[in-house]
Design a protein. Structure first.
Length: 124
């Protein structure tokens, strides 16, 4: 797609090309975040919702066990066990959960959901 934000209005994203275009537009807008007014803030919110909607529809996670889902999300974001200490409290609890020695509790599930921006249902 060619043009700028003013020549290509936001719309429901239906292709990878459109997703890439609007993602790049959002990135460019975020570079000037310190200069944002109300219109830019609303435009960024709209682009974010449109991109998230497309990606949810296009890149849904496969059905997996809760631990496989955590491993998948960690891998996609290049995270190591130590990066989840804030979610689980301590590195030892991270290790126990990821090795299957300890089950995820409600608090872990809530924090994982918030951390990765996914539904808590993924971890049940």
């Amino acid at each position: 797609m060619k043009g700028s934000c003013s020549s290509v209005p936001p719309k429901v994203i239906r292709s990878e090309e459109e997703n890439e275009y609007f993602t790049e537009e959002l990135r460019r807008l975020e570079e000037r975040e310190a200069e944002w007014g109300e219109a830019e803030r609303r435009f960024a919110e709209l682009l974010t919702l449109l991109i998230e909607d497309f990606e949810e529809r296009s890149y849904s996670l496969p059905k997996a066990s809760p631990l496989a889902a955590v491993a998948f999300l960690m891998d996609k974001r290049g995270l190591k066990q130590k990066d989840l200490a804030d979610v689980f409290g301590t590195p030892s609890v991270v290790s126990e959960v990821l090795s299957g020695k300890r089950k995820l509790n409600k608090g872990h599930i809530q924090k994982l959901s918030e951390r990765f921006g996914v539904s808590p249902e993924l971890f049940f």
